[in-house]
Ligand binder design. Structure first.
Ligand SMILES: C[S@@+](CC[C@H](N)C(=O)[O-])C[C@H]1O[C@@H](n2cnc3c(N)ncnc32)[C@H](O)[C@@H]1O
Length: 232
């Protein structure tokens, strides 16, 4: 609900503090040397999952697009940060990537893991790595029902732009109908979405990404709007 407004005195556009008039011409800045969003994203997810396991004391982590965005900077790699974050209470990891080179990075990460520290009562872990299209593999994962109904499950969908199909999200979201659902963290590329939509040549890619708007929910209507705009 918005704040009550005086129709005779409409508010100015809201800013947190007074801004100076815009400079003209606008100053130019060089590109950031470090991909800050990638670093913040990895740190944010690690921190979020730190609190997650403090509550649950256990958990399963699924990462559908798990290979490193910056292979030369492992600090920015979410899967690595989650695997190595303390306390090590996540018990099961399901890591997917379509690229063989990225899967090799995941396997090296798996090899580098230390055994559980029994003095800290750390549980034994399983790390499953699969190469392939997560959209095709997610059905098999859910069908094999590897986690009990009581298991706390977190799934990261860290796509670049349009890689994760809407049907994949639906399958994950609908997997549990009672109790705790699979917790989903879904990356939407707001910063470059307009540009990516404008450059995407294939309508089918957009349709798979946001659904084709055929089933009638609010989100489907939004999806059909995107597809309609794009198609026209
Ligand atoms: C944005 S990167 C993931 C970044 C990673 N989460 C990190 O923290 O550095 C996207 C990854 O998804 C992989 N990928 C692209 N399409 C895929 C698909 N259909 N299924 C699974 N992985 C895919 C790419 O190879 C890439 O490694």
């Amino acid at each position: 609900m918005g704040l009550p407004q005086d129709p005779n005195n409409p508010p100015n556009p809201i800013t947190l503090f007074p801004l100076p008039p815009p400079a003209s011409p606008e100053p130019r800045f060089s590109r950031l040397q470090v991909p800050m969003w990638t670093a913040h994203k990895a740190r944010f997810i690690e921190r979020y999952l730190y609190y997650f396991v403090l509550v649950t004391k256990h958990g399963t982590y699924i990462d559908g697009f798990a290979g490193p965005q910056q292979p030369d900077d492992p600090e920015m790699w979410t899967a690595r940060r989650v695997l190595e974050s303390e306390p090590r209470w996540f018990r099961h990891f399901y890591l997917f990537d379509s690229s063989p080179a990225q899967v090799a990075c995941l396997q090296a990460l798996q090899q580098a893991q230390r055994p559980p520290d029994r003095t800290k009562k750390e549980p034994r872990r399983t790390i499953h790595i699969q190469q392939g299209d997560f959209n095709s593999l997610v059905g098999g994962l859910l069908h094999s029902a590897p986690f009990s109904q009581r298991e706390a499950v977190f799934c990261l969908i860290d796509q670049r732009t349009f890689e994760c199909h809407w049907a994949t999200l639906e399958a994950l979201a609908r997997y549990r109908t009672a109790g705790y659902k699979i917790e989903l963290l879904y990356f939407v590329p707001v910063a470059w979405l307009g540009r990516a939509l404008a450059n995407q040549q294939e309508l089918q890619v957009i349709q798979q990404w946001c659904g084709d708007g055929t089933t009638g929910s609010a989100c489907d209507r939004c999806a059909s709007g995107i597809v309609w705009n794009y198609g026209n």
